[in-house]
Ligand binder design. Structure first.
Ligand SMILES: Cc1cc2nc3c(=O)[nH]c(=O)nc-3n(C[C@H](O)[C@H](O)[C@H](O)COP(=O)(O)OP(=O)(O)OC[C@H]3O[C@@H](n4cnc5c(N)ncnc54)[C@H](O)[C@@H]3O)c2cc1C
Length: 494
């Protein structure tokens, strides 16, 4: 018999799981508090410009391919994937910019020209990262680690000493042994920000991220990142998934260890056989459930790490900025201090590393003719509050810094459209714990088998999907999360 399933939240994880269950024959209803489906992967139009509001890097293409193939679709064809060449460009305070092609041969030459021996060292580093990535895809990502014995396979046992070293060593230590010059170290370390952590804390295991940069390649869907969400919703609609926008779930009703119904903001309740939360896990556990039904009550969150928040600028710029590629990064000289400000002292950094996407480099339709479309992300600490006056000041300050670095002093004067998303907006819009932009950081204690598993320990039919749970942050990881939860539901495990 078809089961009635409620999914709270329409982030990529929730949408992806809705499709898998609907395909199996379940009646699936998705409740989304905001006016748009997609969660952090949103889209908006402003003054003739079209912005993806969150993610802009399409990494791990095979994960998307595997997911959509289950519905007879092809991510590369349906999303019109373009491989970005070059992959990205990096600006520094005191060095000339470095362009990364996303081609290991060419990028090794670039590293070699910067530091003798660094080309060969990069190849070795990326090859090791590639091996770990393959191992992760095969054994550690599509699992909730319920059966640790199943992991004791010869391929893994053989690599245990290497894996152990990569788990216990901070990434920065590993990178220091590979290249000596700071700009090259920064290039190998920056992807940790994608995981809401710092290279000084993240396990060296995440060197696999460089395999994505240098080997797998950086892609972009021709009609923008939001087309991934559109493809998911199109798939769900054809399978009969029902979506409710502007509909916040305010309570999960329970009885004798079972989640029985969801209550909406207007007071109505609906009964379900299975309830899945794609919302922020802290919010789900501490706000939607009675105390007796909480697996993770408030006091358990004191030891957890909420990662990073951010100031996001959506900018329309008059004229061209040919010195920018599609993806651009700026790394400050005070690299370690910047990470310390964000993760330890929780101060808003004066001098901040940041990321800028120039979508118009690939898709001119995202801006009126003769204009550029820029998205700027400045990582900030979690737990800070930034009111609109302060946000305006910070935006002007970071923009000026970037204008100087890219040698375009008139950039601030050429802005014709500007909107800002603050840490507080993450709290208000997504109920994000401590205003986190990405979710719980991927420090070792919150990674792999130590990340929160996708099922309540108190309620047998309450599941979690998305960045809060295994395997973690990022679009491909959330697609994987959907499969992990689907398998868990199908196996009726508790
Ligand atoms: C600025 C930024 C840049 C990023 N860049 C990249 C990138 O380049 N590449 C990449 O792969 N990843 C990137 N990420 C990470 C990626 O976007 C996220 O990991 C992913 O989108 C999270 O999806 P999710 O399934 O966890 O759900 P979310 O996107 O977190 O959505 C959860 C949804 O649940 C809703 N909700 C919560 N509570 C309730 C409730 N009670 N009732 C109803 N609805 C509720 C929320 O409104 C929200 O829509 C980025 C994220 C951000 C913020």
């Amino acid at each position: 018999m078809a089961r009635r399933v409620a999914i709270i939240g329409s982030g990529i994880g929730g949408l992806a799981l809705a499709n898998l269950l609907a395909k199996h024959g379940d009646h699936v209803t998705v409740y989304e508090k905001n006016e748009q489906l997609g969660g952090r992967a949103g889209k908006k139009h402003e003054n003739g410009f079209t912005f993806d509001t969150g993610p802009s890097w399409y990494l791990m293409p095979e994960v998307f391919e595997r997911y959509f193939a289950q519905f007879g679709r092809s991510a590369s064809t349906d999303l019109d994937l373009i491989r970005l060449e070059p992959g990205y460009k990096v600006f520094f305070d005191t060095h000339t910019p470095i362009t990364i092609q996303g081609n290991l041969g060419k990028d090794s030459n670039t590293f070699e020209s910067f530091e003798p021996g660094a080309g060969k060292a990069l190849r070795h580093y990326v090859n090791e990262g590639q091996e770990v990535y393959r191992l992760a895809l095969e054994h550690f990502l599509y699992t909730d680690f319920h059966d640790l014995k199943a992991l004791l396979k010869p391929t893994i046992i053989k690599r245990l000493p290497t894996l152990g070293r990569l788990l216990m060593q901070p990434l920065h230590h590993r990178v220091k042994a590979v290249v000596a010059s700071k700009p090259l170290q920064q290039i190998l370390e920056y992807p940790m920000v994608f995981l809401g952590t710092s290279p000084f804390e993240a396990p060296a295991m995440y060197s696999l991220m460089s395999a994505l940069d240098f080997d797998e390649g950086v892609y972009y869907p021709k009609r923008g990142m939001y087309s991934i969400i559109e493809l998911l919703v199109d798939t769900g609609t054809s399978l009969g998934v029902t979506y409710h926008l502007d509909t916040a779930v305010t309570h999960i009703h329970t009885q004798a260890g079972v989640a029985t119904a969801v209550e909406l903001a207007d007071g109505t309740t609906s009964d379900y056989d299975i309830i899945i939360s794609n919302g922020d896990l802290h919010h789900t556990e501490t706000q939607l459930l009675d105390k007796s039904a909480q697996t993770y009550p408030e006091h358990t969150w004191q030891k957890r790490r909420s990662g990073i928040s951010g100031l996001l600028l959506y900018l329309g710029v008059k004229g061209e900025l040919p010195q920018l590629e599609h993806h651009n990064l700026y790394f400050v000289d005070q690299w370690k201090e910047n990470f310390q400000a964000i993760y330890e002292s929780k101060e808003i950094p004066e001098h901040a590393s940041l990321y800028v996407s120039r979508t118009t480099a690939t898709d001119p339709s995202t801006a009126p003719a003769g204009h550029e479309n820029l998205f700027m992300l400045v990582p900030l600490p979690t737990g800070v509050s930034v009111d609109s006056a302060k946000a305006g000041e910070l935006a002007a300050h970071y923009l000026q810094q970037f204008a100087r670095v890219i040698n375009q002093p008139d950039l601030p004067d050429r802005i014709v459209s500007r909107s800002i998303m603050t840490p507080d907006d993450f709290g208000d819009r997504f109920y994000a714990w401590e205003n986190t932009a990405l979710g719980m950081s991927h420090v070792l204690g919150q990674s792999a088998l130590w990340r929160i598993p996708p099922q309540s320990k108190k309620l047998s039919n309450l599941y979690y999907v998305g960045a809060s749970t295994m395997p973690g942050i990022g679009l491909p990881m959330c697609l994987i999360s959907a499969e992990v939860v689907y398998n868990r539901i199908m196996e009726h495990r508790s």
